[in-house]
Design a protein. Structure first.
Length: 310
């Protein structure tokens, strides 16, 4: 099963970094998500710091997806070098590290919480392939300062570290997916380039969902995870079924909270326009507008939303 986290994203192994969220947002499995009922964009995301993506449970109903961004997957390609030191500030000037060092996420090889620390600066830029660098009992990576080596199913890439909504403006479309083990530190999670209305662009077994932080939104590919409520009732992810995360709903649907009730709802919006197919011959699963008196509640100006009561 492919585990996800905006993100996500929304929505890293072994890092239980707790997010320090600002007004109007809350910590949801490692990502700060909006409190507003019309901005449900979580995907079962335990944003750790290892680089894998997971789709486990989140404690809220803002359409999260589980993005377990752990940071401890070591392989024979890791390099033994470096030395972590006391906590520093990756966004500060100065950072608190010595010349030739960067302030970054340092991951324990012994399942201890991840931390911020000084590490020899790397030479891999944002978007470039990277490797983990070990100095037992910890490890970091060879990304240049400001980057973080994220492992997506074995493919490691330097992604930009961020600290707030809008902190990813230079790598759009993206949003800041916070880690659960570290206060106010996340990674700029890029758009998967899939279509939630057409359900194209993801590998077999994954569906396309929308996640975000209330300001910025992206498409992500994630596998379906069945939702079981407190009474042990299982839900199949069809429209009207109870849910907790976006990927508790089947392909073509999303989890949206209205009046305190989180239910799987139909995608809608400009992205569903049959005149603008993302792939030749593709047909949208849903219309631009909603049926039965419902309205299309879009995610900001992202061009896609969910059908909800007016």
């Amino acid at each position: 099963m492919r585990n996800l986290s905006i993100l996500s994203a929304f929505i890293l192994q072994g890092c239980s970094c707790g997010a320090d969220c600002g007004p109007g947002t809350h910590d949801s499995g490692g990502e700060c998500v909006p409190d507003a009922a019309d901005a449900d964009t979580d995907i079962d995301t335990d944003a750790d710091t290892d680089g894998d993506t997971d789709t486990g449970p989140d404690a809220d109903t803002d359409a999260d997806t589980d993005t377990d961004t752990d940071t401890d997957t070591d392989t024979d390609t890791d390099t033994d070098t470096g030395t972590g030191s006391d906590e520093c500030d990756p966004f500060g000037l100065p950072t608190g590290c010595d010349e030739g060092e960067k302030c970054t996420i340092v991951i324990s090889l012994a399942d201890e919480p991840a931390r911020l620390g000084c590490w020899p600066d790397g030479d891999r830029g944002i978007g470039e392939p990277c490797d983990f660098v070990r100095d037992p009992p910890e490890r970091s990576d060879n990304c240049a300062a400001g980057g973080f080596c994220y492992d997506d199913l074995g493919e490691r890439t330097c992604e930009k570290l961020c600290w707030e909504k809008g902190g990813c403006s230079d790598v759009q479309p993206a949003y800041c997916a916070f880690f659960t083990d570290l206060d106010s530190v996340g990674r700029c999670r890029p758009d998967a380039g899939c279509s939630s209305c057409y359900q194209t662009g993801c590998t077999d077994g994954d569906a396309c969902y929308v996640v975000g932080d209330g300001t910025n939104y992206i498409h992500i590919c994630a596998n379906w995870v069945q939702y079981t409520d407190e009474d042990g009732v299982d839900y199949e992810g069809t429209p009207g079924d109870a849910c907790q995360y976006v990927n508790n709903c089947l392909a073509g649907y999303t989890c949206r909270t209205v009046a305190g009730e989180a239910l799987c709802r139909v995608f809608c919006g400009e992205e569903c326009d049959p005149a603008l197919p993302p792939e030749k011959g593709a047909v949208p699963l849903h219309p631009i507008d909603c049926d039965g008196g419902e309205v299309c509640s879009e995610y900001g100006e992202f061009g896609v939303g969910a059908c909800t009561p007016p």
